[in-house]
Structure formats: structure tokens, C-alpha cells
Ligand binder design. Sequence first.
Ligand SMILES: Cc1cc2nc3c(=O)[nH]c(=O)nc-3n(C[C@H](O)[C@H](O)[C@H](O)COP(=O)(O)OP(=O)(O)OC[C@H]3O[C@@H](n4cnc5c(N)ncnc54)[C@H](O)[C@@H]3O)c2cc1C
Length: 482
Amino acid sequence: MLLIEAGAEAADPDIWNPAAWPLLQGRDYDWDYRTEPQAGTAGRVHRWARGRLVGGSSCLHAMGYMRGHPSDYQAWADTTGDSRWSWEGLLPVFQAIEDHPLGGDGIHGKEGPLPVYLPADEVSPVARAFIEAGASLGLPRLQGHNNGEMIGVTPNSLNIRDGRRVTVADAWLTPAVRSRPNLTILTQARVRRLKLDGNQVCSLEIVGRQGLVEAFADQVVLCAGALESPALLMRSGIGPQGKLDAAGVGCVIDMPGVGRNLQDHLLGAGNFYAARKPVPPSRLQHSESMAYMRAGTFAANGQPEIVVGCGIAPIVSECFQAPAAGTAYSLLFGITHPTSRGSIGISGAEIGDRLIIDPAYLQTGRDRELFRQALEAARAVGHRDELADWRERELLPGTLNSVAEIDDFVAQSVITHHHPCGTCRMGKDADAVVDSDLRLKALDNLFIVDASIMPSLTSGPIHAAVLAIAETFARTVAYDMV
Ligand SMILES: Cc1cc2nc3c(=O)[nH]c(=O)nc-3n(C[C@H](O)[C@H](O)[C@H](O)COP(=O)(O)OP(=O)(O)OC[C@H]3O[C@@H](n4cnc5c(N)ncnc54)[C@H](O)[C@@H]3O)c2cc1C
């Protein structure tokens, strides 16, 4: 078995320091993409971080672990016609992944490779006040976000053990696994193109330290992520004919679905408050609590529609000036199931050619309407008495007099929540790219196992869902390959 990774092994000690995660962006192991200018966000170009190292984006991410809501997965089961992708189907899979303090209760996992930590004493007093404020409005108190109930208030569950980040490479590529005689890990080696023979991938062209080499394989599992997996297919001539023609790539298999259906969560950054006394630095990872809710009510239950998060730092988009750390805090606000759909394209046939990333942020009226409600919910929480000891005054957005002014503020304040997915969507319809075994529909021996196959976003951060995709594939498809 050959594992090929474009980047190097993780080595920067900051990776394992939870509080340092925002500083990792822009370092040499971040792909550091740029989107196309976004009409829905005041014409802004958004920077998208992605990990380029063994462990991928799990080395850069914010460590929040949220399975999502059962309805999120019912949508996957419905679109594939395959109950493996339902909440009930995935429950044993999540349990196998997790080492959770509540493990063994029939819901959470115990002694799996990935720690899920429920913070207690370290939770910031600002996040505690935020949780009390949400509860005073009627949001239920939860113990983490992972038992199927998401609406409510709780500290975020984190992939941290003994105060250190645990990456997927730490969890699964253990020394025992790395020493297996049938595994070779090839780093700083980038797959440039898949070569096809009929309905098979026969070899991969790899650009690495030895220059261009070709590797032959019986089975290929593509895990390059929501941006690079569709890009690699397109560079190999698999994708929408028109886009391939425009990029100067000969079309081998016309698959209109490749690169389509791009989705991402946005967060408004933020509903922002000057503090009346110094805000102690986060002892966790700054984003300590996310409150999920229905729009327009704090009482209802079910699948979330909006989220309000508590940032123990002055978190604002580049359109605004952040005051000094310790003098302010941000309530972040967003929507959980955006209906806007974007796309990934390639600008040329070579790996150096820029990706064309168009998330089509805030293109639907529904998304803009729900964003207004999310901002309103953030302000309702932010102005509660429970936060009065911390709140000197609201700095952003201040007075907004019309829907147009609210929409302008949202457009300027939103930043990516870092959850691009959906660009090689699984499903049983003709436009889906992979089937429910994650096999590329047009080929016999190519599987895609990463965030690109998600038909739709889960309610919260998506890393847990990506791991469940990988574990399901390992148990039910890859198992039969060996
Ligand atoms: C800054 C940030 C914060 C986030 N915070 C959270 C969070 O708190 N909670 C959460 O749930 N999610 C979070 N996410 C999202 C989460 O990390 C990702 O959704 C998830 O890691 C995606 O996994 P993946 O396997 O699809 O892709 P990745 O983890 O990105 O892996 C793709 C891998 O493929 C390699 N690769 C790409 N192209 C090639 C090629 N041609 N040849 C060889 N190798 C290649 C890449 O270098 C990379 O290692 C965050 C992401 C970021 C960037």
C-alpha cells in the first residue's frame, strides 16, 4: 500500500498547541488558496487554509468535534438510498472513532483512536456567561454536541488530549501502523494526473523529489480534499466537458457533477463587544462554545438552522479593525445549511495552474434572510444580563436602520468557517460523482474518500463527518479489497 502526500510530515511544534491554531494559517504547510471575488460578500476574495502535510487539514483545524444532527445524515441516506449513511447506520462508526469521557453509554465511543475532550475547568468565564445567557433565553443545556441533540448551549468538544491537539495522523498513523511492512508513505510527492485504461485507473503520475515518476495500482483511493480531489479528476480529463475544454484539458470522461455543489459554512465576525474588564486569554482554542438553534426561536428543537459562537478574542473580518487582545470579545453568527452552491474549476492542465474557487457565498435570498436572523440571535444573547459583567458596549454592528444596512454588514463581516465540501457528491442520481460505496461512477477501481463526497453540509464543523466517511469506507468497502 502506498500513501502519497503532497506535503511533509508534521513537525512544527505549534501544531500541537491548541491556542496557536489561527497562527498556523499562511505557514508553508498551508495551501493558502484564494477564492474568486464574491458578489455576496462585498466583492471580497476569501483566503482558504488547507493543510499540506501528513494529517492534512486536521493539523491546522480548530479541533472542534461535532458529529452533526441525525437529519443531516438522513439527507445523505435519502440521496444515496443507502442506510449506511443514516445517523443510525453511522452510530457504530462514530463510536469506533472516539475516545469520549461518556463512552460506553450506548451513544459515545470509548477507547477509539481519537480523543474527544469535554472541557470543564478551563472554560473561559466569558464563555460561561455566554452559556448562561443562552440558557436564560430558553436554549437547553447540553453536554457536548454529539448525542444527536444539537440545539442548546455547551462548551465545544475538542480533539485534545493532555492539552495537546491530536491530528488524524497522530490517531491513526501510529508507530505500529507506520512499521507495517505493507505500508509505504511517500511525502512531498504530488499526484499530477491519473492515467486511464478503459474503465480503470492504471497508474498515477507523481511529481516529487525524484522528479516525475509513475506508480501503478490495482485500486486507487483519492483523499485530496474538497478542492484538490475534483481538480485532480479534471486534470486527468474527468469532469465537465466545457470546463475541461476551457482549461485546455482533453476530456476523457464527461462528468458534469465534478467540481459542482461546492458548499461552505460562513461565520459573521462578528457581533463584537468592548469588555468592561480584561478578558483572560482562552486556555483552550479561542472558539469555546457554539450555540445551535432554530431561526426566530430559542425554544424549538430539531435540526439547527443558525449558530451563534463565543470567541474569546476580538475576531473580525479584514473589513474591520480589531482592538487589542483582552479588550473585547466576539459573538460569531452563521447559518448551518446554506442553499447557495458554488464550484471548483481548473485554469490549466498543470498542478501549478490556479484553482478557480467560487463558493457563490450568500447567493440565495434564503441564506441572506437566515443570516439576518442569526445576527439578531447573536445580539439577543450578547445583550443579556448574564453577560453584563463583561459587556462595556457593543462595538459592531452598532445601529442598523434597514434590511440593506444589515445585509451590507453581513457581507462585510463574514469569514469562512473552513468547511468546503460537496464537489464530488455521492448519490444515486445521474449527476452524482460517486456511488454509495464511494466508487467513481465511470470507473471500476477509483474511490474518493474525503469531504468532497458529502452531498450536503452537516449542521456543525465537518471533520467528524469526514472521519465517519473514512471509517465507513474502511469497514465496508476497503475491507473487501484486501
Ligand atoms: C483553519 C481550519 C479550521 C477548521 N476547524 C475545524 C474544526 O474546528 N472542526 C471541524 O470539524 N472541522 C474543522 N475544519 C475542517 C476540517 O479540518 C476539514 O473539513 C477536514 O480536515 C477535511 O478533510 P479531508 O480529508 O477532506 O481533506 P484534508 O484534510 O485537507 O486532506 C487532503 C490531503 O491531501 C493532500 N493532497 C491534496 N492534493 C494532493 C495531490 N495532488 N497529491 C498528493 N496529496 C495531495 C493535502 O496536502 C492534504 O494532506 C477546519 C479546517 C481548517 C483549514
